[in-house]
Write a protein that binds this ligand. Structure first.
Ligand code: B12
Ligand code: SF4
Length: 457
């Protein structure tokens, strides 16, 4: 048995604080493997390096595991300010000064750029992709004094649904996140088979949907409800509504168990009709986050989204008919965006009734994505440009500043259309100060009348 200290370095509260689910699953796997763990959350610890050092010193770990969730906030407007790895590096340096235990790093952010991040942080070992099995093998090997690989890669042999680990939630953390965000996260499946050009999700989670058995997935929700009083969940699945319909089996089981919980997740805006929405609503669905991603058929094709604006509007209409708040995330300036598609896209946005639209300008270029190659081919960045510091793709056919001005002009018309992203953050902060918790954007939607709330009075 080894003592493993786990640290989630995440401290951002955008759009709200998010429970460190990856770390919780790693802790669950280690405990199941017979190890003793201590979980530490930098945000819960008041973003205090000294508190982390004190916890490490007190626990005297044999091995330390770092969970790295975010590199930055993928918003081109705040690329100078929201870069999270410097803080992680400060934590590694502080831990090194008080412990000689080897440090293993993993997590979604790490998986996107493992070599670069391992070098930048100066950790001893890294785990790419799913960490449940690999962390146990590393800890066993290291504590037995064996020489272990610098990088272990879980992507070649993805876990089956049955092997996906269960989170070891910590009461203190659950209470913190319930108080701050009104919800906790859970997972009903991993993976995504789609190939949208900018997206890292299939790289992080694998390119096949791997559902957790619905009975077990619902058991875990019920356990979090019973043990910690959680009654609101975000399912972190890359895409909740998989085409094979695994999600429907999970939702049917949720409905059958009648737990009285509410939940939300990420949806692909295609093939969700009123029938599916009604079923999910009965099972507790309260809102949908839609990966609409682009606003015209040309730019949707440029991102290889495999659906059209007609699909998006059909899903939106079904959500409105079922009175389910929906938020569309749309990035302007991507591949094949032109002055014409910006105008067309904004006309299409005008048709998205009674739903929130979050707009972004430019697309963060991340390693391992097709967009990276396209950015080099289009002359947006050089092949040598490292991607740890943010780089954004802007179509060479547009002028970003005039595009931003056009988006702003349209988005100023309604309070539920949010641009730039910082405006959304400010709105959420105000609601939070008034004591509201949860997604919060869902409160911007009104179904009573197709109310066109004019901004600023
Ligand atoms: C769901 C999700 C959200 C939801 C979260 C809702 C909620 N209540 O949880 C919402 C929409 C709120 C959100 C917001 C943001 N997100 Co987000 N999100 C995701 C998503 C889809 C899943 C994350 C997750 O929880 N996965 C489930 C857990 C179990 O998996 P995991 O953490 O990866 O852990 C596994 C492995 O990584 C590994 N592992 C993890 N820790 C460790 C530690 C060790 C030692 C080891 C060995 C292994 C290991 O093992 C685990 C089990 O296999 C990912 C993309 C993806 N598919 O991964 C993006 C992702 C994590 N998000 C990202 C970003 C940027 C953000 C935001 C900053 C965006 C913004 N401006 O709002 C915010 C930050 C939120 C916050 N406060 O931290 C990026 C991060 C990388 C980057 N580009 O910087 C990702 C990767 C997507 C992307 N664009 O590339 N997000
Ligand atoms: S954007 Fe959504 S559908 Fe496309 S690859 Fe990423 S997770 Fe899959």
């Amino acid at each position: 048995m080894s003592k493993v200290f786990l640290l989630s370095t995440n401290y951002t509260t955008e759009p709200y604080p998010v429970y460190p689910l990856g770390m919780a699953i790693i802790a669950g796997a280690l405990e199941a493997g017979g190890h003793q763990t201590r979980q530490c959350d930098f945000l819960v610890a008041g973003k205090s390096c000294a508190a982390v050092v004190a916890a490490v010193t007190e626990f005297q770990p044999d091995v330390i595991g770092l969970s790295l969730r975010n590199i930055d906030n993928v918003d081109s407007f705040s690329q100078e300010t929201a870069w999270y790895l410097a803080q992680a590096k400060e934590l590694v340096d502080a831990i090194r000064a008080c412990s000689s235990a080897p440090i293993i790093v993993g997590g979604a952010a790490f998986t996107i750029m493992p070599e670069e991040i391992l070098a930048y942080l100066g950790c001893d070992h890294g785990v790419v992709g799913e960490g449940e099995g690999l962390i146990c093998a590393l800890v066993d090997g290291l504590t037995a004094g064996r020489s272990m690989p610098r990088l272990s890669n879980g992507e070649a042999t993805p876990l089956t649904g049955a092997e996906i680990g269960s989170p070891l939630y910590i009461k203190e953390f659950v209470n913190f996140y319930l108080a701050e965000s009104g919800q906790i996260n859970a997972q009903s499946k991993r993976g995504c088979p789609h190939r949208c050009v900018y997206c890292t999700y299939p790289g992080i989670e694998g390119n096949r949907f791997r559902p957790v058995d619905p009975l077990r997935a619902v058991d875990e929700v019920a356990r979090a409800q019973r043990d910690f009083g959680v009654d609101s969940f975000f399912f972190t699945d890359s895409v909740f509504n998989d085409e094979q319909g695994h999600y429907l089996r999970f939702v049917e089981e949720l409905e059958r168990r009648n737990l009285g919980i509410t939940w939300t997740g990420f949806f692909r805006p295609q093939g969700i009709g009123r029938e599916e929405l009604r079923l999910m609503k009965r099972a507790g669905l309260t809102a949908l986050e839609l990966g609409t991603d682009a606003a015209s058929d040309t730019t949707l094709a440029g991102l290889k989204k495999d659906f059209t604006i007609a699909d998006v509007l059909a899903v939106n209409a079904a959500c409105v008919a079922e009175q389910l708040p929906a938020a569309h995330y749309i990035m302007f300036g991507g591949p094949d965006e032109s002055e014409e598609t910006v105008r067309e896209g904004l006309r299409n946005v005008e048709q998205i009734n009674c739903s929130v639209v979050f707009a972004f300008s430019g697309i963060r270029i991340l390693s391992g994505t097709e967009l990276h190659g396209r950015a080099i081919a289009d002359g947006v960045i050089s092949a040598e440009r490292e991607l740890l510091m943010p780089a954004y793709y802007f179509s060479p056919l547009i002028d970003p500043q005039s595009m931003n001005a056009q988006i702003l002009e349209t988005f100023n018309k309604r309070r539920e259309w949010i641009f730039p992203p910082s405006e959304g953050q400010e709105k959420l902060e105000v609601m939070r100060r008034f004591g509201f918790r949860g997604l919060l954007w869902d409160r911007l939607v009104s179904f009573e009348a197709k109310r066109r709330a004019i901004k600023k009075g």
